[in-house]
Design a binder for this molecule. Structure first.
Ligand code: PPE
Length: 302
C-alpha cells in the first residue's frame, strides 16, 4: 500500500502516519465495522469518483443493518471524500471509508464505545494482477461456504464478514487458482471473496439474485444497466456450479476488479468471450467519463 499525505478521521484531515487507534478498540476484537470501496478515475473533465453517493448510502445501509449510527450524513461524507482526494492530489485512486466501534470498552454488545469514521485514499491498480483484465483469471469453487443471510446479513458490507472471504481466497491461492467462488450452504452460486459473479449463456447475461447471500454490488448494478443498454437480456437467477462449467462466458465485477474475465472455473476452460469484452469496454468508458450517457454516475473532485 502506498501512503498518501492525509486521512480523513472523525471530521479532520490528519497525517497518514498519525491515523491510529488503541489496541482495545471494539472493532479490532469483534469485527464490528462497516466499510466501502470506491474508485476515483481520471476523466477528460478532471478526476471523478464513480457513484460516490451510492457507495456512501450503502455504507449507511450497512450501518443500519448492524445497528450502528454513523455520526456523519451521506452528504457530509461525500464532501469529506472529495476534499480528501483533492488534498492528496490524486487523479485516480481507491477510496476506503470505514466506520467502526472504537474505544470505550470490550464485551460483544458495543456499549459506551464511540463510532469512529475514517476515509483513506491511495493508489490501487489491478486487483488481481496486471494482466487479469486482459487474459482473465482462473477461479475455483471454494469449500468455504458463503456466510448466510441469517448468520451475518451479507447485504451489510461489514468487516467481520471478510474473514469468510479471506479463508476462501487463501484456499484458492494455496491450490494455485487466482480467485475463489463461494456457494451458499444450499449450493447456489453466491459471489467471489470481493466480487459479484456473472454468466453469459446464449446471449443472456445472468447473475445470482440478492437472495443468494451476496453484497448488492454497485458494479453489478452498473453492468446490468450497461448490458441492457447494449441490447442484452439480463436475468437475476439462482445459479449452480454446472451453470459456470457450461457457460459461454464467466466474469466478475467489483469496484476493485472492475470487469474481470474468468477464463476457467475448476479447470474447465472457458476462455475470454466477446460479451465480457464489450461490457468491460462499456464499463471503463463510463467510469472514465468517455460516455456522456452515464455522466450522472460521476462525482467530480474539482
Ligand atoms: N461482493 C463482495 C463480497 C465484495 O466485497 C465486493 C466489493 C463486491 C461483491 C462488489 O461490490 P461493488 O464494489 O459495489 O461492485 N469488494 C471491494 C473490496 C475488496 C477488498 O479486497 O477490499 C471492492 O471491490 O472494492
Amino acid at each position: 500500500m502506498r501512503a498518501t499525505e492525509k486521512i480523513w478521521m472523525n471530521g479532520e484531515l490528519i497525517d497518514w502516519g498519525e491515523a491510529k487507534v488503541h489496541v482495545s478498540v471494539h472493532a479490532l476484537h469483534y469485527g464490528s465495522g462497516v466499510f466501502e470501496g470506491i474508485r476515483c478515475y481520471e476523466t477528460p473533465a478532471g478526476p471523478a469518483i464513480f457513484r460516490l453517493r451510492d457507495h456512501l448510502q450503502r455504507l449507511h445501509d450497512s450501518a443500519r443493518i448492524v445497528h450502528m449510527e454513523i455520526p456523519y450524513a451521506v452528504d457530509e461524507l461525500a464532501e469529506a471524500t472529495r476534499g480528501l482526494v483533492r488534498r492528496n492530489g490524486l487523479s485516480s485512486c481507491y477510496i476506503r471509508p470505514l466506520a467502526f466501534h472504537g474505544y470505550g470498552g470490550l464485551g460483544v454488545a458495543p456499549t459506551g464505545t464511540q463510532v469512529d469514521t475514517v476515509i483513506l485514499s491511495f493508489p490501487w491498480g489491478a486487483y488481481l494482477g496486471d494482466d487479469s483484465q486482459e487474459n482473465g483469471i482462473s477461479a475455483a469453487i471454494s469449500s468455504v461456504r458463503r456466510i448466510g443471510p441469517n448468520v451475518i446479513p451479507h447485504a451489510a458490507k461489514a468487516t467481520g464478514v471478510y474473514l469468510n472471504s479471506m479463508l476462501a481466497t487463501m484456499e484458492a491461492r494455496r491450490a494455485g487458482y487466482e480467485e475463489a467462488i463461494l456457494l451458499t450452504e444450499e449450493g447456489a452460486i453466491a459471489d467471489g471473496p470481493g466480487e459479484n459473479v456473472f454468466v453469459v449463456k446464449g446471449g443472456v447475461v445472468l447473475t445470482p439474485p440478492l437472495a443468494a447471500s451476496i453484497l448488492p454490488g454497485i458494479t453489478r448494478d452498473s453492468v446490468l444497466t450497461l448490458a441492457q443498454s447494449l441490447g442484452y437480456s439480463v436475468e437475476e437467477k439462482s445459479l449452480i456450479r454446472t451453470d459456470l462449467y457450461l457457460a459461454d462466458e464467466v466474469f466478475m465485477t467489483g469496484t476493485a476488479v472492475e470487469v474481470t474475465p474468468v477464463h476457467a472455473v475448476d479447470d474447465v476452460e472457458l476462455g475470454v468471450g466477446p460479451v465480457t469484452r464489450e461490457l468491460q469496454k462499456a464499463y471503463l468508458a463510463a467510469v472514465g467519463g468517455r460516455d456522456e450517457r452515464w455522466e450522472s454516475w460521476l462525482d467530480r473532485v474539482v
